[in-house]
Design a protein around this ligand. Sequence first.
Ligand code: UDP
Length: 337
Amino acid sequence: MTVLVTGGAGYIGSHTVHALVEAGEHVVVIDNLSTGFSAFLPESAPLFIGDAGDENLVGGVIRQHDVESIIHFAGSVVVPDSMRDPLGYYRNNTMTTRSLLNAAVKAGVNRFIFSSTAAVYGNPEQVPVPEHAPTRPLSPYGTSKLMAEIMLHDVASAYGMSHVVLRYFNVAGADPLARIGLATVGATHLLKIAVEAATGQRAKIDVFGTDYPTRDGSCIRDFIHVSDLAQAHRAALSYLRDGGDSVTLNCGYGRGYSVLETIEAVRRVSGRNFAVQYAPRRPGDIMMMVADTSRIRATLDWTPQYDDLETIARHALAWEEKLLQERRGEGRQAASA
Ligand code: UDP
């Protein structure tokens, strides 16, 4: 009984691999290391370097390791990049999922957990957003994920594949033990930028839009700690193994924090009063995105452990400080070589 995790060396994937291994699962990983890091994997999880859409590779790994379930993270995740390179996103997200599903069907794997996103909702009419809300993505990223969801649904009906689609809201934070975290260079996510400012790697942080009709004028987001999200994947796997019906679930806490509140939380936990500059709205931003979490709470055996913005900020900061120390150490070594 082995679980194949595609994209398992990435940010959310690696936290999930650790959660699965800690729960006693046998895990194998396929990752092309385009944004992931092999050092993020526990020793007991073998890594196959390659694409999740390489059907020969995937078929071989499934047979060799007796894979019974797939958790599919591999893909591209940056909304503005998807605007510039839509075909790249349809290749990496939609076509890769198609090939992976084809390999899974051929090999008889009938449990599948898919990483999707709140971006499939576009601008929600109703907040908190329930899973049955209309899906009108505003970016090729959101559309590429929605297309994969639809494909998975059709494949599941045709071949009896049970599946869980997890729609992530704003994923943030890092492993509480600071073993792993977000290490992608040039990340654009709010909390990452804020902890970079708090650690002196940026002179300031821009707040994109302070004239929204919200409580303080900035956008509102539902942040979920990456370790809680990892546990949601573990719980989804148990749910499917127990015979649960295929389902789509929002992954958030159901509570919104504004951009300004989030920055304040990072200032508080770091004790550093970095500069904050008010800037124009960022094109394509959604004003308010908060999950209706009633379905995930009713469906999965899942109790969040880190549902607290300061805890998320503290873990993100601890990881950023560790990354910075490592980079400085590498810099010193290079200078003395
Ligand atoms: N944001 C900001 N300054 C930054 C990065 C992000 O004001 O340097 C805002 C962004 O405009 C949005 C919110 O923070 O309103 C969350 O953005 P992020 O890119 O983290 O995630 P998104 O919700 O867009 O996927």
